[in-house]
Write a protein that binds this ligand. Sequence first.
Ligand SMILES: CC(C)(COP(=O)(O)OP(=O)(O)OC[C@H]1O[C@@H](n2cnc3c(N)ncnc32)[C@H](O)[C@@H]1OP(=O)(O)O)[C@@H](O)C(=O)NCCC(=O)NCCS
Length: 210
Amino acid sequence: MPFVIEPMTQDDVQEVSQVERRCFTNPWPSSAYRRELRDTEHNYYIVVRWRPPHTGVPDERPRGGLHLLPFVRRADPAKPPILGFGGMWNMLDEAHITTIGVLPEQRGRSLGELLFVTMIDEAIRRRSRWVTLEVRVSNASALALYEKYGFTRQGLRKRYYSDNGEDAHIMWSPALNESPTLESLAGLRATLGLRLARWHDSPNGAVRSP
Ligand SMILES: CC(C)(COP(=O)(O)OP(=O)(O)OC[C@H]1O[C@@H](n2cnc3c(N)ncnc32)[C@H](O)[C@@H]1OP(=O)(O)O)[C@@H](O)C(=O)NCCC(=O)NCCS
């Protein structure tokens, strides 16, 4: 598996900001990430990195819990480049995905889905019952990703995005503590694991056709 998910650290902020500027027209100031990272009780921020095969970092398989993707590892001393990032707030029984982005040239390789499912798993681990997020009404790829995971459009925030006045769909997950949701998640996670494992053998394999 050539990819690794790690918690975002203060040392990552500059690189995350560079990646973010290639993902969004209205990026956060880096001070916002620095602030978010100070409150790890309520906030969860992650990065996905390319992990060159020669680093030989052993798997750190999670001990129990709901982190079922076997390639979620910790601190790689080689610090290969960040390919994508994601973030979430947790409050009471709700989690709010605040951001998710993958470098344009790395899209279509399931990295966005890996980031997304890692955040959902963490929300479950933190006993959140629902996950919510906002998404531009024109953002077809993000909408498809969220709908794949059973998220539904529950409302509209008019002119939510200040750069172009675009509306946002407010989306909510299905209840995360119910068996059908957990079963569906397990199936999606298994398929994602198989897809990502294929990159191990062909890390420069074809990207999704436009
Ligand atoms: C949204 C984003 C994170 C998806 O990342 P990605 O790595 O390209 O997505 P994945 O390869 O993991 O695809 C996962 C699912 O997303 C959806 N998807 C991704 N790209 C898509 C596309 N071009 N067209 C339609 N659906 C797409 C599909 O449902 C896909 O599942 P499938 O392969 O089974 O069809 C990425 O496009 C991105 O960074 N966009 C810019 C930032 C952004 O808009 N973030 C969302 C803010 S709300």
